[in-house]
Design a protein. Structure first.
Length: 326
């Protein structure tokens, strides 16, 4: 555990100058650890894996092989952003895996939230293992482990889903962020030139939209979640709530209700909006969204999102609710 203890002399990274110093030191350490060998990274597009990728690209360039698995449960535009930022802008060695049909087939008729999580996690490991076995000369596995992960779990970062790789792969771990807190990771990411939308994105569950498409996942409701979430994020950004509210998202339950559109009766899904503030995620309060903005968001969602005829606003704090619905 001693090797996983943050050095007492380590200053908090709060400025670009401190981030630049950290980056310079890590580049040297990474070059020394890796040498001329190759490193594999599961690049989700989340803050931690993106910053690790950018740091390793700076240190070892094409020796890093990034694998981005699109399981169909990401937010609108996220797979495209990963490809644009890392392959097109940073010239990364990126393997893009379209596994949407594979994941959604596995999830058919599965309504229990824990079963959904286990299927998504296990299938990710299988896809990642398959890609790893196609590659030659990989000796290292990079992970976006940060200090709270070590404090809380004393082990491999479970929500990156790579802790279950078979032992015969025998990868040595590369964890350059393991002594940083989340706010420090963001400062480092900005210093590395990653876009703000990636560095400062709000928390996102490991199973992605799979736990916001409530109950058994269907493609129509999954698209309703994705499209309504995009509208909510766009409107929050326009109205100055993007950096003010800790987490905000939409969820679509597995039931329909009667409505009216263009003078005709409809039978469609509701969209639930949730927006909360918290400091530690143990408790959470509800963000009071201006009523006029809520009406505007409701009109956009019911007009633009296919298969939806109602919008509901979740007023439940934590406790008695949780932040996510599943």
């Amino acid at each position: 555990m001693e090797n996983n203890k943050r050095p007492e002399s380590m200053a908090r990274i709060t400025t670009k100058a401190l981030a630049d110093s950290f980056i310079s030191e890590q580049v040297k350490l990474l070059k020394k650890q890796v040498g001329s060998k190759k490193v594999l990274l599961a690049l989700s597009g989340g803050v931690d894996s993106s910053v690790v990728a950018a740091l390793l690209i700076k240190a070892i360039g094409k020796q890093l092989v990034c694998v981005h698995v699109n399981h169909g449960l990401l937010r609108k535009g996220e797979p495209e952003q990963v490809v644009e930022v890392f392959r097109n802008q940073m010239n990364a060695n990126l393997v893009y895996v379209d596994a949407v049909d594979r994941f959604l087939t596995k999830l058919e008729n599965v309504s229990d939230p824990e079963k959904k999580r286990k299927i998504i996690g296990a299938e990710f490991i299988r896809v990642f293992e398959e890609e790893a076995r196609k590659l030659d000369g990989i000796e290292f596995l990079a992970q976006g482990t940060i200090y709270p992960d070590i404090i809380e779990s004393v082990g491999v970062k479970a929500h990156h889903n790579v802790g279950g790789l078979p032992d015969d792969l025998k990868f040595e771990l590369v964890e350059p962020l393991k002594f940083l807190y989340k706010d420090e990771v963001r400062v480092v990411g900005s210093a590395l030139g990653l876009p703000d939308g990636m560095v400062y994105r709000q928390p996102f569950p490991g199973p992605g939209l799979g736990v916001r498409c409530l109950g058994a996942i269907t493609r129509d409701r999954l698209e309703a979640v994705r499209e309504s979430d995009a509208i909510l994020r766009e409107e929050f950004a326009k109205h100055g709530l993007e950096g003010k509210v800790w987490q905000y998202f939409t969820a679509v339950p597995d039931f329909k209700s009667v409505g009216v559109k263009d003078g005709a009766r409809t039978f469609a899904y509701p969209v639930i909006i949730r927006a909360v503030n918290t400091t530690d995620a143990m408790t959470a309060t509800i963000e009071e969204i201006p009523y006029e903005l809520l009406k505007h968001i409701t009109k956009r969602i019911t007009t633009e999102v296919k298969g939806v005829n109602r919008v509901l606003y979740d007023l439940t704090p934590k406790p008695s609710g949780t932040i996510e619905w599943e």
